[in-house]
Write a protein that binds this ligand. Structure first.
Ligand SMILES: CNC(=O)c1cccc(C)c1Nc1nc(N2CCN(c3ccccc3Cl)CC2)nc(N2CSC[C@H]2C(=O)NC)n1
Ligand code: NI
Length: 187
């Protein structure tokens, strides 16, 4: 299983590289990494497992964060409804692409965290409120999804990792709490 020792941190050059597209079909190693990434997220969200293995909770992770410069991300966003067990969005996205997006922007009211960033970075991270993405799943099938709000923020944060972009690159250095017009703060 993956633990925090497998996650590279801010300053590691791989986090600033543009990752390579994956060639299908995935090799067995690539498939195993994909499943391990999704399992990491689920483990990190389970209080007992997270405590036992010292995992930081996350809802998204990108292969470059495991020092694998390939265009693959895993996302596991639980439902925010208490009695709902089905996640809002959970999948492994191979060669994901944002096909289109809303003009409207959004951001998390509490700012963003990242498994590769061991410090609190204040400030709003403006992102598209709605996105349409296309990707290939681990079985090689092309998928198309429309996402909005938190799941959309998470997928944009992880796709940024595939392009060497860190969330704090998107915070206005002069006024981190600046709210661009047409931006709706989430949560
Ligand atoms: C600096 N302030 C903050 O971080 C911040 C501070 C407060 C609130 C938010 C909302 C913040 N922001 C933020 N919180 C998250 N989590 C909330 C807790 N949750 C979680 C925790 C425990 C069990 C299950 C779960 Cl589900 C895990 C996910 N995740 C992200 N991001 C940014 S997009 C990728 C995603 C990611 O997975 N990061 C590791 N940002
Ligand atoms: Ni991150």
């Amino acid at each position: 299983m993956l633990t925090m020792t497998d996650v590279i941190r801010e300053g590691h050059p791989t986090l600033r590289k543009v990752a390579d597209p994956l060639i299908l079909p995935l090799t067995d190693d690539e498939k195993k990494l994909a499943y391990d990434m999704l399992e990491f997220l689920k483990n990190s969200q389970d209080a007992e497992t997270a405590e036992k293995y010292d995992l930081r909770p996350g809802v998204g992770i990108a292969a470059p964060q495991l020092n694998v410069s390939k265009r693959m991300i895993a996302v596991h966003v639980p439902s925010d409804l208490p009695d709902e067990t089905e996640p809002q969005f959970s999948d492994i996205l191979i060669n994901p692409k944002i096909i289109s997006h809303s003009v409207k922007q959004t951001c998390l009211s509490e700012g963003e965290g990242c498994l590769s960033v061991d410090r609190e970075v204040e400030g709003y991270v403006p992102r598209n409120k709605r996105i349409r993405i296309e990707y290939v799943d681990t079985e090689g099938n092309r998928q198309s999804r429309r996402l909005k709000d938190f799941p959309a923020i998470v997928v944009q944060h992880e796709i940024d990792h595939l392009n060497g972009i860190m969330f704090f690159d998107r915070i206005d250095p002069d006024n981190p709490m600046a709210l661009p017009k047409d931006l709706e703060v989430l949560g």
